[in-house]
Write a protein that binds this ligand. Structure first.
Ligand SMILES: C[S@@+](CC[C@H](N)C(=O)[O-])C[C@H]1O[C@@H](n2cnc3c(N)ncnc32)[C@H](O)[C@@H]1O
Length: 252
C-alpha cells in the first residue's frame, strides 16, 4: 500500500476534525499547563519533559501545536510539522492570540525536509506517533536528532488497541483483535492509524539508534469521566487498564 493514500485520507479526516473539534479547543490548550493524554495528567506529576530550556524541538504531527506552545513557554525553540493545513491555520491563529511564535511546516512527518541533526528533542503527542507508519516516522526522527537527543511520544496503548475490535468504535474488557501482525488500523472515514507490539517497537527504536529510557503507562484518575470528543476508550476502562503510553528514548 502506498503511504501517500493513507496520508491523504488522514489529511482529509483531520481537516474535518479541525472544523468539528480541534479549532474550537486549540486556544484553551495553548493557554493550559502542560498535561498528558485524554485525562490531562499534569506534566508536573510525570516529569517527562525534563529541562527543555534552549533545546531545538521538532513536533511531528503537531496539529494545533499546543505542545510546541508549552515547550516554547518553557524556553525551547520548537518547529511544528503537520500535513493538515487547517490544523496549522488554527496554530497560527493561536500564535496571534498569545504572542507565542515559532515556525510551522506543512509536510508529511515521514519526510519533513528539515535538516539532518537539527533537533535535541523530537516529540509527538498523538501525531505521527499514531497517524504515520512507525517504519517511516521513527527513521525520520532519528535523522532529525543530534546524538544524545531525545524522542518523546504519546500513543494509544497496545492493550487498548487489542481490546478495540476492528470495525468497533469502543474499547471493551476483552481481547478483540490479534496481536500477531498488529500494525495498520483502518478506521474508515476516521482515517488510518498505526501501532506496533512492544517488542517490535523496541526493536525498531534500537535499529534506528535509540535506547529506551522510559515507558510511562497512563491510567484515568479516580472520578474521571469520558472525554467529550476522544471517547473511544471509556473512563471506566482506563481506570483499570492503561489506555495511553508515553515513550522516551535517547539517540546514541
Ligand atoms: C491528534 S492530532 C495532533 C495532536 C496535537 N497534539 C493536537 O491535538 O493538536 C493528529 C495530527 O496528526 C497529523 N497527521 C496525520 N498524518 C500526518 C502525516 N502523515 N504527517 C504529518 N502530520 C500528520 C494530523 O494532521 C493531525 O493534525
Amino acid at each position: 500500500m502506498d503511504w501517500r493514500s493513507d496520508a491523504e485520507r488522514n489529511r482529509v479526516a483531520w481537516t474535518k476534525a479541525n472544523a468539528e473539534h480541534t479549532d474550537g479547543s486549540a486556544l484553551a490548550q495553548w493557554r493550559s499547563e502542560p498535561h498528558w493524554g485524554v485525562w490531562r495528567i499534569p506534566e508536573v506529576e510525570l516529569g517527562v519533559f525534563g529541562d527543555v530550556s534552549g533545546l531545538d524541538v521538532v513536533e511531528l504531527g503537531c496539529g494545533t501545536a499546543y505542545v510546541s506552545a508549552w515547550l516554547a513557554r518553557l524556553g525551547a525553540r520548537p518547529t511544528g510539522v503537520d500535513i493538515t493545513g487547517a490544523q496549522l491555520d488554527s496554530a497560527r491563529r493561536c500564535m496571534r492570540e498569545t504572542g507565542i511564535e515559532f515556525p510551522l511546516v506543512e509536510a508529511d512527518a515521514g519526510a519533513t525536509g528539515l535538516p539532518d541533526a537539527s533537533a535535541d528533542l523530537v516529540i509527538s503527542e498523538f501525531g505521527a506517533s499514531i497517524w504515520v507508519d512507525p517504519y517511516r516516522w521513527i527513521p525520520e526522527a532519528a535523522r532529525l536528532l543530534r546524538p544524545e537527543g531525545r524522542l518523546l511520544f504519546l500513543c494509544t496503548s497496545v492493550l487498548a488497541v487489542l481490546c478495540t475490535p476492528e470495525g468497533s468504535g469502543s474499547t471493551a474488557a476483552a481481547l478483540g483483535r490479534p496481536m500477531r501482525g498488529l500494525h495498520r488500523l483502518d478506521w474508515g472515514e476516521e482515517g488510518v492509524e498505526f501501532t506496533l507490539p512492544h517488542g517490535e517497537r523496541i526493536d525498531l527504536l534500537r535499529a534506528n539508534g535509540f535506547d529506551l529510557e522510559r515507558l510511562v503507562e497512563l491510567y484515568a484518575p479516580a472520578g474521571a469521566v469520558d472525554h467529550e470528543y476522544y471517547d473511544f476508550v471509556p473512563a471506566w476502562w482506563a481506570r483499570d487498564w492503561a489506555a495511553e503510553e508515553i515513550w522516551v528514548a535517547r539517540k546514541r
